[in-house]
Design a protein around this ligand. Sequence first.
Ligand SMILES: Nc1ncnc2c1ncn2[C@@H]1O[C@H](COP(=O)(O)OP(=O)(O)O)[C@@H](O)[C@H]1O
Ligand SMILES: [Mg+2]
Length: 248
Amino acid sequence: MVLKAKDVTVVFGQGENQVVALNRVNLEMNKGEFVSIMGASGSGKTTLLQLLGGLDQPTSGEILVSGTNITKMKEKELAIYRRKKIGFVFQQFNLIPVLTAEENVTLPLLIDKKNARIAQQKAQSLLELVGLKERRHHFPSQLSGGQQQRVAIARALITEPSILLADEPTGALDSETSRDVIQLLKKMCGDLEQTCIVVTHDPFIAAYSDRVIILADGMIQNEIHLDSHSDIEKNVEQLQRILVHRLR
Ligand SMILES: Nc1ncnc2c1ncn2[C@@H]1O[C@H](COP(=O)(O)OP(=O)(O)O)[C@@H](O)[C@H]1O
Ligand SMILES: [Mg+2]
């Protein structure tokens, strides 16, 4: 098991303004699993992802990653955990505008003080894998949304993280580009045997996963196991049937 959340609770604010963003969430994930998290806006999806990525700490409960309790870590240790073990992909790509695609992809390795030449070679081969070899010297503003997200995926993978976390990675893309991006993410994670957790509103995206976790009011409301190698359309139909009464 790569990841285990035990009775994780997150409370924001105090007194009357208190919000329970996560309420005793229990979760286990295996190596190589591709999991989606769905749920209405405000159900706690981003909060959960941030905890798993060590960007925030729970109010109570524990998160174990490969047996290590990250909720016991001090900020400095947590920063190392994030840098070495986690890849992040965001809805708004978050590329640095003054750096080229290749420079953006090398950045996590340079921050980690890795050899620049090796970082560049690794970035080039990743950009080739995501289909952007010819665009590696382009700046983000010279790339389409889908291409920018491909760069962001390459950047997230360059440190060979054991867990890839993506918060609505297709939220800013049209439906056709969204499918290309999720297929790429799935292929890359599969090839690298990574655990991948994707937050999405979209059943067409969640249909690619092995398991869909549905959050409601900070609690796990449902877990749906899919055959991610079967017909995607079938999975979409299955998800839509289950979701129709639950979301929004
Ligand atoms: N930093 C914060 N301070 C106060 N409340 C927050 C904070 N972050 C999230 N929340 C609240 O926690 C709940 C869950 O938020 P979030 O995890 O962002 O939901 P989702 O990603 O599913 O839309 C919401 O009610 C939100 O308003
Ligand atoms: Mg969110």
